[in-house]
Write a protein that binds this ligand. Structure first.
Ligand code: CUA
Length: 330
């Protein structure tokens, strides 16, 4: 880390400015931006030099009405050729070294970091905090390193927090670790940056950074609000925050899964040829074991929410679906 900080200190402040980059809210940001701006201004310098000299020579030595053929007076120039080979080579080594130091830093999580388990699925994020509380947004302490231990239930997703300059694939069947050190309290955005299907673009959440003790306070608050809330209201919040809305509409339109509008109490053929009625038990089973009974005409692709929704939230979802009655009789 010290080496890249040392390298960044050579770059004038105005050149490392994050004018057209996301807000720099982690310790990685100045390192990444410094290298980016170094490469950017280096490229600008050589672009102007080469295009400028090319234009100048093209104009200066243009053909002006003479038929005289100029015979070149020299075949090569060793000193000149060595110079234009060695300078770019040295610059490439500088860029490589600078980038490599940053890479090693990003791949070496510090000890005593705040640990959050991350689970990704089509198309929702779930974060489990020390103590077992869960939320679909990321809550973090400021001025302390955080490690995310990430895995996926289905396809490859990728977690990206632009303001932290932190990004890593979230792969099914393995745990990937991503770490960063937030330096500013406030709100940031988290994206999925690996195309993972139809609702990929909706797979984004908020990252909240708090003063010391703020995370625990916020999580306790979420828990308390959830306990007090009217079931249908909690169901509505769970519907938007836990990813249900990516695949289910509430206005009757068909998305990946059935719309929740007027769904409760309806009867459907399932793929085994039997019939089911959408009641409390069927909704509960569909949330925990979605592959058990698939309604005809739908692809079996809903992920299980076992262990990721609390009993209260499941009851809430049932109450919410029950409350979405069709006003026009069909
Ligand atoms: Cu998950 Cu894209």
């Amino acid at each position: 880390m010290w080496l890249s900080k040392f390298a960044v200190s050579f770059v004038p402040a105005q050149l490392t400015s994050s004018y057209w980059l996301p807000e720099p809210n982690s310790t990685f940001a100045p390192e990444v931006d410094g290298l980016f701006m170094f490469i950017f201004w280096l490229s600008v310098f050589f672009f102007v030099l080469i295009v400028g000299l090319g234009t100048y020579f093209a104009l200066k030595y243009r053909r002006v009405g003479t038929t005289e053929v100029v015979v070149p007076s020299s075949s090569h120039n060793t000193a000149l050729e060595a110079t234009w080979s060695l300078i770019p080579t040295a610059l490439i080594f500088v860029i490589f070294g600078w980038g490599f130091v940053g890479f090693v830093d990003m791949r070496t999580p510090p000890e005593n970091a705040y640990e959050v388990q991350v689970n990704a699925k089509k198309w929702a994020w779930n974060f489990t905090y020390p103590g077992g509380l869960q939320d679909s947004d990321l809550h973090l302490p400021v001025d302390q390193p955080t490690i995310l231990t990430m895995t996926s239930d289905d396809v490859i997703h990728s977690l990206f927090i632009p303001a932290f300059r932190a990004k890593m694939d979230v792969v099914p069947g393995r745990y990937n670790k991503l770490w960063f050190h937030p330096t500013k309290t406030g709100e940031n955005v988290l994206f999925c940056t690996e195309y993972c299907g139809r609702e990929h673009s909706g797979m984004n959440r908020k990252v909240f950074v708090y003063e010391e003790g703020g995370v625990e306070k916020k999580l306790a608050e979420i828990q308390e609000t959830m306990d007090k809330m009217d079931p249908a209201e909690l169901g509505k919040i769970t519907f938007t925050k836990s990813g249900c809305m990516q695949c289910h509409s509430i206005d009757g339109s068909k998305k990946v899964g059935p719309s929740f509008l007027g769904l409760f109490g309806t009867t459907h053929d399932i793929t085994t040829g039997e019939k089911i009625t959408v009641d409390e038990n069927y909704i509960r089973e569909s949330i925990l074991e979605p592959m058990a009974k698939i309604a005809a005409g739908y692809n079996p692709q809903m992920p299980s929410y076992k262990g990721q929704l609390r009993e209260k939230q499941i009851e809430g979802l049932i109450a919410y679906i029950k409350s979405l009655k069709n006003s026009s009789s069909k």
